[in-house]
Design a protein around this ligand. Sequence first.
Ligand code: SAH
Length: 360
Amino acid sequence: MSELINLMDFDRLSLSEYFESIGEKSFRATQVIKWIYQEEVTDFQLMTNLSKALRDKLSQIACVKPPEPELHHVSNDGTQKWVASLGCNNRVETVFIPEKTRGTLCISSQVGCALACPFCSTAQQGFNRNLTTGEIIGQVWMANHSIGHKAVTNVVLMGMGEPLLNFDNVVKAINLMLEDNAYGLSKRRVTVSTSGIVPAIYRLKEVTDVSLALSLHAPNDALRDELVPINQKYPIEPLLEACESYIDNGEGRRRITIEYVMIDELNDTAMHARQLAKLLKNKHVKINLIPFNPFPGTDYKRSKEFAIQKFTDILMQSGFTVTTRRTRGDDIDAACGQLVGQVKDKSCRHLKFKKVVIKS
Ligand code: SAH
């Protein structure tokens, strides 16, 4: 029997096309999406507004398969983390951060990451593969299913991986987050965080207008080349230009979030703060400082409290909105940059690679 098609790999438009391709009416897509995301139904036989014949047909050729949590931890501060098994020993991590008025889910877009930022633990494991659309949106499904329906009010693509290097799947998953028949989140409650893939930022503007966060981490190219090596390809000036262009749609109040990891003595001095203020002058940004979260094997240290305070003061005196991210869930290794998911066994990747070689 050929492999079942996972209907979570489609957004509404592509699911409509799929239904047409199997000789069904395109409006079935809306019905099925409602069942999957609003009712959390994965068994076609329970989708009672589909005809029996269609339910039987779908059961033969398709499936609805969210990722399955292998581990679920709850932190003392209420943060929750799931490690989902994706087969071939690939794992991916998802973190839920409850706050008074919202529940933010931090989701992953890739298994591992290719970008080699030396302060991030995900980078240390290298890149294994892109997540499918179903594996990305499935993290929202999995969290809502586990905590209770509609617990997730905000989604940030700040887990493992670089979302803009898995562009098509990430965009389809975003479409489902915004889709009224699925999660219906507002575009302001969905944030893509990028290390700065300039052409992809322009492409993203063509297809969506969710919020954008930029992992800047350094106020000059020399230091950013080291901390975020993709900077060697896409340096700061064209990058900030791309970000400005992203929010330039006539809605004057939009701002990019600048993420800045605070590493002791490396990028956190008063001089760095002044350089950053100069760099971002007149740009539509707010600045989010992230105290570095250590992981085994790293030599970097978190900035001292007074250094973070001084850095904040300098930026605020220059008129910027500055927030410092409170570390959440560090007792369960759920903080930024601590997500590793483990790529224990890369044998499947080699198998796939071999297949491609044989075919070509
Ligand atoms: N690749 C994307 C999204 C994943 S990282 C990006 O670079 O934006 C999500 C955020 O966590 C980024 O701002 C990243 O730089 C930050 N981060 C990574 N490792 C960290 C660490 N050890 N401590 C604190 N923040 C970290």
